[in-house]
Design a protein around this ligand. Structure first.
Ligand SMILES: NC(=O)c1ccc[n+]([C@@H]2O[C@H](COP(=O)([O-])OP(=O)(O)OC[C@H]3O[C@@H](n4cnc5c(N)ncnc54)[C@H](OP(=O)(O)O)[C@@H]3O)[C@@H](O)[C@H]2O)c1
Length: 206
């Protein structure tokens, strides 16, 4: 697939590496090609660096890996995305795209696209770079949103980059819960001091 990643920071770079290794074409869409993060991303094998408009135009899947409030300006730069899958990785913890509660809701309202999914938000970027814990195998990812096609694309991508499972949290009404779930990871890993090498995995009694 042709995937545009908007944002060349921790999450954008981690996902890009996995998607390239899985055989996808990855273009970073950047606001400033000379920023330190853009410059670092420009050296990543198998990726290209483009304007946000150009990366979006040629993509089937667009991953938003910016601060959540950035989507307010991004929506015009992304162009017509009604036939593209949008994956929102953001968490509105310190900032949010006012008046919306999450970037997901802002994207859905402002782009008029329905093919949106919240995914790759619930663990640290290090776990996206390497989702495998030797004693346990792949860790789990989670997604939410009303659109089943968008969720299936995100779930496949998660498994392709090494997550064991990508659990469906539910529809639009579960998007904020999935952000709270991310906050639970942040709480344990950072606020409670257990460190970022920590991950969630669902187990079921059979
Ligand atoms: N860090 C994590 O472990 C983690 C885990 C899960 C989810 N998340 C979420 O993922 C998102 C990205 O986090 P991150 O840690 O990757 O951030 P980061 O390292 O600070 O990178 C942010 C990227 O967004 C770009 N950006 C900022 N404002 C923009 C705008 N208005 N238009 C276009 N691009 C813009 C920056 O571009 P410049 O280079 O031009 O500054 C940079 O490339 C956040 O919403 C965060 O809540 C983070």
């Amino acid at each position: 697939m042709n995937i545009a990643i908007i944002g060349t920071g921790n999450v954008g770079s981690a996902l890009a590496q996995g998607f390239v290794q899985a055989g996808h074409q990855v273009s970073f869409g950047v606001r400033d090609a000379s920023s330190p993060k853009s410059q670092k991303a420009s050296t990543m094998a198998g990726t290209t660096l483009q304007s946000i408009e150009a990366a979006s135009a040629s993509a089937e899947v667009i991953v938003i890996a910016t601060p959540p409030e950035a989507v307010l300006s991004l929506v015009t730069q992304l162009g017509d995305v009604k036939n593209k899958i949008l994956i929102d990785t953001t968490n509105s913890i310190r900032t949010r795209p006012e008046p919306y509660t999450t970037a997901y809701h802002a994207l859905k309202d402002l782009t008029k696209s329905s093919k949106i999914v919240k995914c790759f938000n619930s663990t640290g970027f290090e776990n996206m770079t390497n989702p495998v814990y030797p004693a346990f195998g792949g860790i789990d990812m989670f997604c939410a949103g009303d659109d089943n096609e968008a969720k299936a694309v995100a779930q496949n991508l998660a498994k392709q980059i090494g997550f064991s499972e990508c659990w469906d949290f539910g529809g639009d009404d579960k998007v904020e819960l999935l952000e709270k779930f991310a906050l639970s990871w942040i709480n344990l890993a950072i606020m409670q001091g257990h460190g970022r090498n920590l991950a969630f995995k669902v187990i079921k009694r059979v």
